[in-house]
Ligand binder design. Structure first.
Ligand code: GLU
Length: 313
């Protein structure tokens, strides 16, 4: 078995700088998400990468300190909150299987009587948001505060313009929420759930923030910033497992094949990956591949895994 290379055997900063150079030719091959009008305004040729390590250091390159729209990456933190607040309760409403369909697919939800396949497709994430609404008046704020606490502070916030832009056009998510309501999967009014979910998705952070926020998932739930456990070890295992099998939309399998790390992506172009016992990596580049994952970000993570052997493969 190959051993992960200890960070002292090469210079992480040099590797990240090399990755910034290597990914450049891939600009222009993907497409920025246009279905949320406000997101379409972003400069497509941005790229940032950051790595947080167990000693509390972070190393970054490119546009690593620019906050961007986290979108579905927030589902990773909302799930942690649901597990934190209610233990395994959430699994009575949401499954743990890959969906094999697009993140906002409707048909499978209807066929399966309103039980979402997993917490990372929109149906599952809306259900998690609804669950958290039973525990907090402002779910977006709750998720933001959790990200802040995990990271030890972040440079982003809730981007109300992005939230309003998505709320105005969230017809598919509204349809999903209504199906969830018909089947009793969510408790609150569908429109209220969609609005809370869109505000949660509109949280912004930089890749440096994001890598730090995910570090507890590489450390059995321990937060270096608060000096205490923020998530029970067995919950961390569940979260990482569901990321590994469901975190990258309908190309989770090929992502695992190429990168071999649990990861969660968002249509804002962010991806966060966890290497248990080693560290966490965040990338951002807005152009997406056909599955909705950052095209350049995936290439960057593949290069990172190849060079560091931070991988389950
Ligand atoms: N707010 C987005 C939506 O529900 C998030 C999608 C994503 O990042 O995958 O359409």
């Amino acid at each position: 078995m190959r051993e992960p290379r200890p960070l002292t055997s090469y210079r992480l900063a040099d590797l990240l700088a090399d990755i910034v150079d290597h990914v450049r030719p891939a600009f222009g091959k993907g497409k920025v998400a246009g279905y949320i009008p406000e997101l379409a305004k972003v400069n497509p040729r941005k790229f940032g990468i950051a790595v947080a390590t167990l000693d509390g250091a972070d190393v970054a390159a490119g546009d690593a300190d620019e906050p961007f729209s986290l979108q579905s990456v927030t589902k990773l933190f909302a799930l942690q909150l649901a597990l934190n607040r209610g233990g395994d309760d959430i699994w009575t409403r949401v499954g743990k299987e890959p969906s094999g369909t697009a993140f906002n697919h409707l048909a499978i939800l209807e066929a399966e009587q309103g039980t979402p396949r997993n917490p990372f497709v929109n149906a599952g994430a809306l259900t998690v948001t609804d669950y958290l609404m039973g525990r907090s008046g402002d779910v977006a704020k709750l998720v933001l505060e959790y990200i802040r606490a995990s990271a030890g502070g972040i440079s982003g916030d809730i981007d109300e313009a992005v939230a309003a832009s998505e709320i105005a056009t969230a017809h598919q998510n509204r349809a999903i929420a209504h199906i969830l309501k018909v089947h009793g999967t969510i408790d609150h009014a569908p429109d209220a759930v969609v609005n809370a979910y869109c505000r949660q998705c509109a949280i912004t952070a930089s890749v440096r923030d994001l890598a730090r926020a995910a570090l507890p998932l590489a450390m059995d739930g321990f937060s270096l910033h608060s000096g205490e456990s923020i998530l029970a070890q067995r919950m961390v295992r569940r979260v990482n497992a569901v990321m590994m099998t469901c975190g990258m939309y309908d190309s989770t399998g090929s992502f695992a094949y190429r990168v071999g790390l649990p990861a969660k992506s968002g249509v804002g172009g962010g991806i966060v990956a966890v290497a248990p016992g080693l560290g966490s990596i965040a990338v951002w580049s807005p152009e997406l591949d056909r599955a909705g994952n950052s095209l350049v970000g995936t290439i960057a993570l593949e290069l990172f895994a190849q060079n560091t052997h931070w991988s389950v493969l």
